[in-house]
Structure formats: C-alpha cells, structure tokens
Design a protein around this ligand. Structure first.
Ligand code: PGA
Length: 247
C-alpha cells in the first residue's frame, strides 16, 4: 500500500481531492464510495469548492455510502443521510437518486443490506472508495473480529466506537447501538481505496494497519492485501510508523 504523510489536515484533504478529481475527470460516470465522520469533512469542502469554482461535474456520478445507524431517520441530524446531504450532496450537482445510503429505518434490515449489495453490483461496482479508520482499526462499522469476506450487514457497535461517536450527540445514551455497514469483502472489491486519518488518536490503528500483521483483529490491516490503496495521514496520525514514507 502507498502511504502519504502530510503536514496538516488541510494538506491531507487536498491530496485526497486531487485523487478524486483526477478519477472523476477520467470517468464522469464514476461510482464513488463515500464515508462520514469528522475526517472527510475537509475533503468534501474542497470537492464543493472545485465544483463551484472549477466546474467539477457530479451529474453522471453515483455514490454509495459505507454505513448508516440503525433506527435514525434521514432527517435526524446525526444520520449519515443528513450528514451527506449537508456536507456534500446539497452543494453539488449530483442527482439525489444516484446517492445510495443504507436505510436505518428499513423494516427488514437484512433485506436492506442485501438490496444495497445488489445496487452496488448493478452500478458496476465501486471505482473509488473513501475510508476513515476508527481508533480500534475499524473500517466503516466493521469492528475488530469481523470476517474479511463479510458483505453488507447489521452490526452491534463496539463500546469504543460508541464512545468515539458520542461527541456528535447531545447525550452519549443517544448513540445508536446498531448500524448497517458495507462488509470488509464489499470494501475490498472497490477498484481503488483512499483511507484518511488524522490526529494522534489514530496513530496506533495506523501503525497496526500499515506495519502490523494482516488480521481480522485490525480490520484496516486487511487493506494490505488490496492492489490499489493509499493511506493519507497527518504527522500525528503517522507518529508510530517506523518505515520511511512519502511526505
Ligand atoms: P472520524 O471517524 O473520521 O470521525 O474519526 C472515522 C471512523 O470511525 O471510521
């Protein structure tokens, strides 16, 4: 895997956007995999700027988001549908019907997961997937111990993830205990993956994922087996890496 170490969060976001913009210009009907959380916000801001100022065109793009909380409606401010609309989709020229996010309110959550897999397949698979990483090494909501061939599924969130995400909710007790998530097998089928991480809280997870053994105990370490992955990390996030990487 390729690792790029940046001096700041802003530089990290710019590097991610360079890859996204290049791929979108090469393939206007690109299928993008998108992520939520604090980390990708800078990337989305810069994509919006490129759309508004330089005409980056999303009109033919399709998107699939990694995950969604179970039980939150799309209008709940902490739902990932709400997050994506506010932080990206409402500001660019993407067709809303081409933006796919798992429904946390589906009556049959397993059927919702199966239909999501079918929608990815009928779109031709994901060309470029953006990922964050949890402090425990999770990717999407695939917590440590998730099978590497897992498909989109319903998960019980790890206590560490509930703690990490409590900052977004008024009260920690409001953090949903379950979510729907693309599986590790689903993510590994994306043709290209860009993982972003910033801050010292991610340093152990980054070091384990890049330089540790490939193990289901550190879900992001499985990305070592993917042919086209770039980790873009700031200095703090890279602080426990031992190797020499591009800066
Ligand atoms: P964060 O979340 O970007 O809010 O740190 C990343 C993740 O948990 O995957």
């Amino acid at each position: 895997m390729k690792v790029v170490i940046c001096s700041s969060y802003e530089e990290e976001s710019m590097k991610a956007v360079e890859i996204f913009a290049r791929r979108m210009r090469e393939k206007p009907n690109i299928v993008l995999g998108l992520a939520t959380g604090g980390t990708p916000v800078g990337t989305y801001k810069e994509l919006i700027r490129l759309h508004k100022e330089e005409g980056l065109d999303f009109s033919q793009a399709t998107t699939f988001n990694l995950d969604e909380y179970a039980g939150l409606s799309p209008s709940h401010p902490q739902s990932y549908r709400y997050f994506m609309d506010k932080n990206l989709f409402d500001e660019i020229n993407i067709k809303k019907e081409n933006t796919h996010i798992l429904s946390g309110l589906a009556e049959d959550l397993e059927a919702e997961c199966a239909s999501f897999e079918e929608r990815i397949a009928s779109a031709g698979g994901i060309d470029l997937q953006l990922l964050g990483i949890g402090s425990n090494g999770h990717i999407a909501f695939n917590e440590p111990g998730t099978a590497r061939n897992s498909r989109t599924h319903v998960v019980d969130l790890a206590e560490s993830t509930i703690r990490d995400n409590a900052r977004f909710f008024d009260d920690p007790s409001e953090v949903p205990r379950q979510a729907l998530t693309m599986g590790i097998g689903t993510i590994m089928e994306a043709r290209e993956i860009v993982l972003l991480a910033s801050g010292g809280g991610k340093a152990r997870a980054i070091a384990n994922s890049v330089e540790g053994p490939v193990t289901e105990e550190v879900p992001a370490s499985i990305l070592q087996d993917h042919a086209c992955v770039t980790f873009i990390v700031d200095k703090e996030g890279a602080s426990l890496l031992k190797g020499n990487y591009q800066t």
